[in-house]
Design a protein around this ligand. Structure first.
Ligand code: 5GP
Ligand code: SF4
Ligand code: MG
Length: 466
């Protein structure tokens, strides 16, 4: 999901709509905005579908007055796939004795089922099926004297991945879980401030990027007092999601002082060093494979070409909720550039192999178009484990790499060769020269390594074997 918040700016809703639009790649199912105005109080709008279709008209924006607000774009990870109900659309709102507050959450709480059961037993009335709603109910039960105090207490009970933006009548609040699994960045926006999942959302509103919110940090921001920071959780090693670097984030966003584009290009360079092959053309599977293909071509000296053309009016297959839609999606979204492909040995670069369905179809399309050979190079290691921290990987049984080794996958996909980047290569591409620290990995890479930095409590209770 994508989250965005602003404080201390006139007509916050305009900025929120723009910021969410820049984060649309993080969630395409639904979006919501909450704002506060001293005269008109809290107002909100929650809608299914794209930001541009819901939040750009003057009629909608005019119902959302105020100088402080937060917003969320959603894609469902847990349960309810393909049937997001409007009741599950964030931000969530609560009235407390000291006033109202709204929250928007990116990530997945790994103990949400346990928390929810306990909260319901103690009388909480849940409105949604979302794990994020637990945070509001935990806040309601807190004895904290201020909303930030209550949030802090609530989040100390939460396990898993959470980047949260929240708001009161006058304040914008941002929090990252102690391991900083999901991103959150801070920007200066005119006389006010903005919080966003990624820097690309700061760019679109013309905010200056100040810094990342640190793992375990909480910031409370108001127009009068500026940014107040503290660290309410027990410190832990950081575990930023390495898949944000590979696929999830936009390439124009910046983490750790380096653009995601540069990291992805570097993955292609590492791939070319690790797994060279003789061929005539390097082609990306657009758009997710593009920067890595550019890097591969550069390092190998094999020309780069657009062998597959993407229809720009389709969303990301990743985000499409059901297998049926996802399968259709491949052909609706991608077409082979026959004139370029025919008779050539092709190196195809993609970001990941998950179920293998996309990969197989693309290979078929290339061979139909007369490609002489098809070699796949993948910008991540084999995805053999599900993510429990907010990225929608399917159950383990559906992951190709959980069933087969590289050779078997190559035969199954029917390609001339198939190579994945190594874990160390991926870390090197992220600027970590010595590679992965196996005793304390610098990133979360659980979907590749099976080493989960945070115990997935609910899943273990359901019998998931680590
Ligand atoms: P596959 O056909 O192997 O399932 O899909 C691989 C391609 O689709 C990659 O280009 C990836 O970007 C995208 N994709 C499709 N579904 C998913 C998913 O559930 N998780 C991830 N990580 N990527 C997916
Ligand atoms: Fe990211 Fe994979 Fe870790 Fe999930 S399991 S947080 S996708 S690296
Ligand atoms: Mg892709």
């Amino acid at each position: 999901c994508g989250i965005f918040g602003v404080v201390g700016v006139a007509d916050a809703a305009n900025f929120l709509a723009l910021g969410l639009h820049a984060l649309q790649h993080r969630g395409q199912e639904a979006g919501g905005i909450v704002v506060h105005d001293p005269e008109q109080g809290f107002n909100s709008a929650r809608r299914m579908g794209y930001v541009r279709d819901n939040f750009t008209s003057a009629e909608v924006i005019k119902t959302l007055p105020g100088n402080v607000g937060i917003g969320h774009v959603r894609y469902s990870t847990a349960g309810n796939k393909g049937q997001t109900a409007i009741r599950d659309v964030q931000p969530f709102f609560g009235e407390f004795s000291m006033g109202g507050a709204a929250i928007a959450h990116n990530g997945n709480l790994t103990n949400a089922a346990a928390l929810r059961r306990d909260l319901i037993d103690r009388g909480a009335i849940f409105q949604s099926s979302s794990d994020s709603e637990c945070i509001i109910h935990l806040m309601a039960r807190s004895m904290g004297r201020t909303i930030p105090d209550r949030m802090e207490e609530a989040l100390r009970k939460a396990e898993g991945a959470f980047s949260v933006v929240a708001m009161t009548r006058t304040k914008l609040i941002g929090v990252r879980d102690p391991r900083g699994v999901r991103p959150l960045v801070l920007g200066k926006l005119g006389d006010g401030y903005a919080l966003a999942s990624e820097t690309c959302a700061l760019d679109i509103v013309g905010a200056d990027f100040i810094r990342e919110i640190e793992p375990g940090e909480m910031v409370v921001i108001s127009a009068e007092k500026g940014v107040q920071s503290h660290f309410p959780f027990r410190p832990q090693p950081s575990s930023f999601c390495i898949f944000e670097q590979v696929y999830f984030s936009r390439p124009d966003s910046i983490y750790g002082g380096r653009s995601v584009y540069e990291t992805r290009r570097q993955i292609g360079v590492e791939l070319a060093k690790e797994s060279p092959v003789e061929a005539d053309l390097v082609c990306p599977v657009p758009d997710s494979g593009t920067p890595a293909a550019i890097g591969y071509s550069h390092e190998s000296g094999i020309p780069y070409g657009m062998g597959i053309i993407r229809n720009q009016y389709m969303g990301r297959t990743f985000i499409e909720p059901t297998d049926a839609i996802r399968n259709m999606g491949v052909r609706l979204k991608l077409n082979v550039n026959r004139a370029l492909i025919a008779g050539k040995r092709i190196i195809l670069v993609d970001d990941s192999v998950v179920r293998g369905t996309t990969t197989r179809k693309i290979k078929d399309m290339l061979l139909d178009a007369g490609a002489a050979e098809v070699h796949f190079r993948i910008a991540s290691p084999p995805t053999a484990w599900p993510c429990f921290y907010g990225v929608d990987t399917p159950q383990r049984e559906k992951l190709l790499a959980a069933q087969m080794n590289e050779e078997e996958m190559c035969a199954h996909l029917g390609v001339d060769s198939l190579k994945f980047i190594s874990l160390d290569g991926l870390y090197r591409a992220n600027g970590i020269e010595q590679g992965r620290d196996n005793s304390c990995p610098q990133y979360c890479d659980a979907c590749f390594s099976g080493e989960y930095p945070i115990t997935p409590t609910d899943m273990v209770a359901k019998g998931f074997e680590l």
